[in-house]
Design a binder for this molecule. Sequence first.
Ligand code: SF4
Length: 66
Amino acid sequence: MSDEVKVPYVNENCIGCWACVAICSDVFDLDDEWKAFAKTWMDTSNSSWIDDAIWACPVNAIHYKD
Ligand code: SF4
């Protein structure tokens, strides 16, 4: 198992449905324009909830940075 920390980001496809925030509010939040963003300053090493948020996003807007 790698100790590499995967950092998520949200692209411009976000429609502000809130699903990722509901699933993983430690990492995701919505900005003033109802676009989600990843709080990349948070510890994202426990990424199981992030994977769930990626799966739940209806427009496939969440990815990991390379
Ligand atoms: S689940 Fe996807 S569409 Fe919904 S707020 Fe999060 S990034 Fe945006």
